[in-house]
Design a protein. Structure first.
Length: 474
């Protein structure tokens, strides 16, 4: 039963800690837990961090490209937070399936949703559902060994189109164009290496619908493209158009200036080294149709764009076809609806005001909060979710005296409920076992012979959910 507190029960804090559940153990959830733990307050908190995956770290484990060790390194900071012992991790627990909203509200005074965004944004152009047309988010989940996706990926295309000019487009294009053996030093799962190794790809084309000054990449990620062995970068001088708004942006924004400089230098420097694979960067191409034969992708049609003076584009009426056998749309992520909560389908977020979850009438549902991408949409770097968490936690603390009081706040209540339902939850100690196991698999693997000499594996990820659970609970 949920009791809505009518007047402040100040004595509660002396009796027991505030019970808070955070749904989602990715960076957004861990930052929220950390900020709440360290916040200046005159009462104790007791936090459970729940995740649908058996392992923690969300987007870092299942969204960051394997060859981005710098970003994967954020795990070290998150590990430190969870290893302190004052936040309890419970993995392999799915909100809406293993636990209802009612169950959670019964056991916690406040709930913070930090479930992120793992689906691809929709793209409505003819042919987008043909065989060989993929969502980038699905491909990322596959190459990062997310437990719920198939283990194989059809890599039969020689020519591939990647749509979008954001960092996800760069990740996907880089992984598709790299030689698989150059990914062996990373934590890529075995099945991913085996599939990528046999890819016949020769040309990956990244298409942006606006100009070089309007890209959403970041400079480091762009420059990194030129570091892939035996992959040439190809640019097209006719795509280098800058309108008044572009010039103003280049002058006022160092990041844009750096990226435009990088791109223009690449044209001047002439990147053709005769590599066996090429990565093409095209701008001012608006996708209008994926074309096919016998249900399979055979090409893609674009309308050429021109800048309209404001940094936006308009069609020129000129159409261009490219023969490709696969299309990856990397045009943004989308959050998924959560059981028993309102949902903004268009933006893929839980409707909220400063992280306070709203009902259909736009009123705050007492005790419910959101943070990270499910709060504000899939934009921004991982560190930006710290700002989200600060705001959400600030509001939660401000609301503290009007939070509904959990009727079953005992810390053992959730464990008893999960056990009574046969949910094989995992714990922080369990994650440490799985972590050590993955590292030991890497160490035990015979160094793989490659053209760069034998390569040692840092870690080999376990990808099957049952195996992850077995090792964690073993
Ligand atoms: P994003 O940065 O929002 O980029 C989406 C891209 O898709 C934009 O270029 C956008 O063009 C384009 N687009 C949208 N709708 C389109 C359409 N209908 N047709 C053609 N193009 C379309 O999204 P993201 O790449 O998914 O990245 C999400 C966030 O994660 C970003 O903040 C990103 O920086 C971050 N991230 C960072 C890294 C890293 O390594 N640091 C890696 C991955 C992701 P317009 O600009 O014209 O709308």
């Amino acid at each position: 039963m949920i009791i809505l507190r009518k007047e402040p029960l100040v004595s509660d804090s002396a009796v027991r800690p505030l019970r808070v559940a955070i749904i989602g153990a990715g960076p957004a959830g861990v930052y929220a837990a950390d900020i709440l733990t360290k916040a200046e307050r005159e009462f104790e908190v007791s936090i459970d961090l729940l995740d649908a995956y058996p392992a923690p770290y969300g987007l870092i484990r299942y969204g960051v490209a394997p060859d981005h060790p710098r970003i994967k390194g954020i795990v070290n900071a998150l590990h430190k937070v969870l290893d302190r012992g004052d936040i309890r991790f419970l993995g392999n627990v799915t909100y809406g399936r293993d636990l209802t909203l009612h169950d959670i509200r019964d056991m916690y005074d406040a709930v913070i949703f930090a479930t992120g965004a793992i689906k691809d944004a929709r793209m409505d152009i003819p042919g987008i559902d043909l065989e060989g047309s993929f969502g980038a988010a699905d491909f990322v989940s596959w190459y990062d060994g997310q437990p719920d996706v198939p283990r194989t990926w059809p890599l039969e295309a020689k020519q591939i189109a990647v749509l979008g000019n954001g960092n996800v487009a760069l990740d996907v294009a880089r992984v598709l164009s790299k030689h698989a053996e150059d990914l062996l030093v990373t934590e890529i799962p075995e099945n991913v290496f085996e599939c990528l190794k046999d890819s016949p790809v020769t040309d990956v084309h990244i298409f942006g619908r606006r100009g070089p000054a309007q890209v959403k990449f970041t400079p480091l990620e762009l420059r990194e493209l030129s570091h892939s062995r035996d992959v040439d970068i190809v640019l097209y001088p006719e795509d280098f158009e800058f309108d008044e708004a572009s010039d103003a942006l280049i002058k006022s924004n160092n990041q844009v200036k750096t990226m435009v400089n990088t791109l223009t230098n690449w044209i001047v420097e002439e990147q053709d080294t005769g590599a066996s694979r090429r990565l093409h960067l095209h701008f001012l191409h608006n996708p209008i149709e994926v074309t096919g034969e016998d249900g399979k992708v055979t090409g893609i049609k674009f309308e050429r764009q021109e800048l309209d003076g404001t940094g936006n584009v308009k069609g020129t009426g000129e159409f261009i076809d490219y023969p490709v056998q696969a299309v990856y749309r990397a045009i943004g992520y989308l959050g998924s609806e959560l059981a028993e909560l309102e949902f903004d389908e268009k933006r893929g977020v839980i409707p909220n005001e400063g992280g306070r979850v709203l009902d259909a009438a736009g009123a705050h549902v007492p005790g419910l909060y959101a943070t990270g991408w499910i709060k504000r949409g899939p934009v921004g770097l991982i560190g930006h979710t710290k700002g989200d968490a600060l705001e959400t936690i600030g509001n939660l603390l401000e609301d503290r005296l009007s939070l509904p009081v959990a009727s079953n706040p005992d810390e053992d209540a959730i464990i008893e409920l999960l056990e009574s339902r046969g949910v094989e939850y995992t714990t922080w100690d369990g994650w440490k076992k799985l972590d050590a196991h993955e590292i030991s698999l890497g160490a035990a693997a015979t160094p793989t012979p490659t053209s760069n000499g034998p390569v040692d594996r840092a870690r080999i990820k376990v990808v099957e959910r049952e195996e992850m659970v077995r090792i964690s609970r073993g």
